[in-house]
Write a protein that binds this ligand. Structure first.
Ligand SMILES: NCc1[nH]cc(CCC(=O)O)c1CC(=O)O
Length: 309
């Protein structure tokens, strides 16, 4: 007679999502001295995984990654959801809490198909559907062009292999978790900024579920939480969503956060950046940085943010 599972963890069923859910299960079992059977992984097919031929921004935005998991969590079919925090909307239903942020992995993008942005061949075609990656690329390499690449990591690498583009970007964290971290070249922060919350796994549960909150608590990594919450505060200040070319990197060091952020016009031609250092947990500082960015923004940049729904 077994009382397992103690906890049901909802996850998308893409290979990367499953690996991230497995990492969460491993950490939970380690923290509580449980056998693997104590945590059941419940895969859910997300709307975002069904429609692959149009940009996310056109078909409903980041909510498409969380809609099904949110419904299951609200109904109590699962106790918690595991998310790539980068894909989770900035404003979450109040009935949920992002209760554990796991130690953040490599925050960088990797470029697959060339050793660096500068070394992309003249007029290279680059596959991406992320406004940030497209704008940041075209800002540095106006000779390049962008084609839409959606789908999971394997799908995108397949499109590259099939010659649909000369190069593409993938998050280092995702490649690492899939054991493919030998692919491509990492892009460093001096020239290339990642997306808000890139590389962070978040575990969300119901705000009134004290039992699950207590079980998740030992998984929370305070420095990673400080970084991603500051990055999300910046997103909120900018009114950013999946349409917005916002690049930001926040790095924790001895209780302080250094944030470097850039926003772009839709075509990437124009770019403004700001950076600041402030105390971890200070969510006013990212807000001020957002305001400073918008103050400096050219009309073409501001138009992107004014239009954001
Ligand atoms: N947008 C899809 C997505 N969401 C999270 C990751 C990778 C893992 C992470 O950044 O946490 C990816 C793939 C990618 O951007 O290459």
């Amino acid at each position: 007679m077994s009382e397992y599972p103690f906890l049901k963890l909802g996850t998308r069923q893409s290979p990367l999502a499953m690996v991230q859910a497995e990492e969460t299960r491993r950490r939970l079992c380690e923290a509580h001295g449980w056998p693997e059977e104590a945590v059941e992984l419940v895969p859910v097919v997300a709307s975002g995984d069904k429609v692959l031929d149009r940009p996310l921004a056109e078909i409903g935005g980041k909510a498409l990654w969380t809609k099904e998991l949110d419904a299951w969590l609200a109904e109590g079919k699962i106790d918690a959801s595991v998310h790539s925090l980068k894909d989770v909307e900035t404003i979450r239903p109040e009935v949920f809490t992002l209760h554990a942020i796991l130690p953040r992995a490599d925050k960088r993008d990797r470029l697959i198909g060339a050793a660096s942005i500068a070394e992309l061949k003249e007029g290279a075609v680059v596959g991406t559907s992320a406004p940030r990656r497209a704008a940041q690329l075209l800002n540095q390499r106006p000779d390049c062009s962008v084609v839409m690449f959606r789908g999971n990591v394997a799908t995108r690498l397949g499109k590259l292999d099939a010659g649909e583009a000369d190069a593409t970007f993938l998050a280092a964290a995702g490649l690492e978790r899939l054991g493919q971290d030998n692919i491509g070249a990492p892009l460093d922060a001096e020239n290339w900024l990642p997306a808000p919350s890139q590389g962070a796994i978040a575990v969300e549960c119901r705000a009134d579920d004290a039992r699950t909150q207590e079980l998740l608590a030992p998984l929370d990594h305070a420095p990673s939480r400080a970084e991603v919450m500051a990055e999300r505060a910046l997103l909120l200040a900018l009114g950013g969503n999946c349409h917005s070319p916002i690049a930001v990197l926040c790095t924790h060091h001895e209780g302080k956060l250094t944030m470097c952020a850039a926003i772009f016009s839709a075509d990437g031609a124009e770019r403004v950046e700001e950076s600041a250092t402030f105390a971890a947990g200070d969510n006013e500082a990212p807000k001020a940085l957002g305001t400073a960015l918008l103050d400096k923004a050219t009309p073409a940049i501001r138009a992107v943010f004014d239009e954001a729904p």
